[in-house]
Design a protein around this ligand. Structure first.
Ligand code: NAG
Ligand code: NAG
Length: 198
């Protein structure tokens, strides 16, 4: 009798625990414009909001000496646009690789990302195909308490040749929103492993 109850409870727990919807804040993309020069690189970005994942594929058509990346991110609260976040930065990709190789956090991120594909390891970047497939960042249900936002991401990459000439090779514009939604496929990961505050 006790055993039977135990199995019944376990079954209920398994079936219903797993299928219960949970609230998370997930981005959805409204407008995705990607551009590449098609001389140095071509690239593709695909997103599936149902089984949330991103695929990113980069074809490097000739060896790249050095690359600068420029990122502009704007995040605005839907309810009150007074609250916003903006960042505008230019970084050297090759120096990020160096940092990744000497920093424990860089290594952690690199090992996490590596499971999703074939990443660029160093400069110069040799001709070939690089990709990240079926990638999704670790989700945490506690983030669902954050206010909903609109976001805009501008991303550009410049090839820097041996004589320091910069040529635009990638120019992407992505807009979207982060909305709280009920899902039954939360993708936990690094964040979910950390102890919860409070
Ligand atoms: C992403 O790539 C995976 C594996 O290559 C594929 O199964 C999936 O359909 C792709 N998703 C999109 C949105 O293109
Ligand atoms: C972002 O920074 C670049 C230079 O680093 C500048 O040209 C551009 O105007 C800035 N964008 C905004 C919206 O301030």
């Amino acid at each position: 009798m006790v055993a039977k109850l135990f199995w019944m409870n376990l079954t209920i727990l398994l079936c219903c625990g797993l299928s219960a919807a949970e609230k998370v804040m997930r981005p959805t993309f409204k407008d995705v414009k990607v551009w590449s020069d098609e001389k140095h690189v071509t690239h593709k970005l695909a997103f599936d909001p149902k089984d949330p994942h991103l695929n990113f594929t980069l074809h490097v058509l000739k060896d790249l000496n050095d690359v600068d990346i420029h990122t502009e991110i704007r995040i605005v609260q839907k309810k009150d646009p007074t609250y916003s976040f903006y960042t505008n930065s230019t970084m050297n990709l090759c120096r990020i690789f160096d940092w990744r190789n000497i920093s424990p956090i860089g290594l952690l991120i690199n090992n996490f990302m590596k499971e999703y594909g074939n990443l660029i390891e160093k400069c110069p970047i040799v001709k070939g195909e690089y990709f990240v497939h079926r990638f999704w960042y670790p989700e945490d249900v506690t983030v669902a308490t954050l206010p909903e936002v609109d976001f805009e991401i501008n991303f550009a990459a410049y090839h820097v040749d041996a004589s320091k000439n910069r040529v635009l090779i990638i120019n992407d514009h992505i807009t979207g929103e982060g909305v709280v939604q009920d899902v039954n496929n939360v993708k936990p990961g690094l964040l979910a492993l950390l102890p919860k505050a409070g």
